[in-house]
Design a protein around this ligand. Sequence first.
Ligand SMILES: [Zn+2]
Length: 374
Amino acid sequence: MEHIAGLNPEGNENRNRIFHCIRQNKIISRPAIARELELSLPTVTTYLQELEDNGMIYKNGSLGNTGGRRAAGYSVVRDKYIAAGIDLTETYLMVTLVDLNGDVLRSEKKECVFSNDAAYWNGAKDFVDSVLEQCGRPDTVVLGIGIAVQAIVTQDHSGIFYVKTMDIDNLTSEMLEDYFQYPCLLFNDANAAGYGEIFRRPEADNLFYIGLSDNVGGSILIDNKPFGGQLSKSGEIGHITVHPEGKQCYCGQRGCLDAYCSASVLKRTLNVSIDGFFAGLAEGNEQYQEYWEEYMDMLAIAVADIRNLCDCEIVLGGYIGSRMETYLPEIRKRAAARNPFEDNADYLTTCIVKEEALSYGSALYLVHQFWEKI
Ligand SMILES: [Zn+2]
């Protein structure tokens, strides 16, 4: 594996354990690290010095009072090494910066109509640079940019395998690197969001993420990583059939989940924004209620099917999923009614990461790649 300039290629394992020990504890002293990892004090001292010299950790005040001597506490430097994530959509760009702890450093959104040309990409670069400038320090190292797209991407994150909703067939990481001047990786939108979500749920190792946004997508996460399948298109829950003779889907089939549960279909059918829809629903708008009944029924079918197939926690995400808290008990009830093995659907929850889910997950992947090399 390629190693980080400045770090000794030898001794990677203990250095890595010490880094993660500091990260997980937020602040910890040298003797406490030695105790927790069962390492000698001189070994810990050597690696602390190396990590500190490379700007990954710093002395963050002093800790404890054990018989007079106070020990220095160590914490991770948040903004020396950061990654950026982009949520690329038809109508806006969202940029999220993630620090070396894996936390959001900054998130900004800009309304701009997508067009796959130089003017658009140069504008996107200026936007990313402006966000980086606002929180960067002169010596910040940008690990790269993860770009979440509404498409199935190749397994090596370098190109587009299948796309139907945006004009991005020709998008490659190489082309994006020419514009952004940083290493770039492409991510499927639901995979990126699921990846970020499972990181924020330390108690879960496996998860199914349903992305309910302009399109319906999904991601299967096994052992905290997206399960790709043969062609990186696993988890495509938007195009499972929930109604054999049902509504026409943009993919050409009938009765797909997407035709019932996507935000774009909802907005087009009812001629309303998503905020307007939920406001109207809460006020008892009958047309919205009728639409929502069918929406919840179809979603419950998909949820029950996923539970039977995967037997893992299921998260409702995307910008509809993140507004669903109020309706969760009802969807759980309908999903449970379709499950012969369980009498409740407490395995179903709404997402923890809300608006910046896609950009956050894309950037987080690059931070995790870097963690492995420390
Ligand atoms: Zn479809």
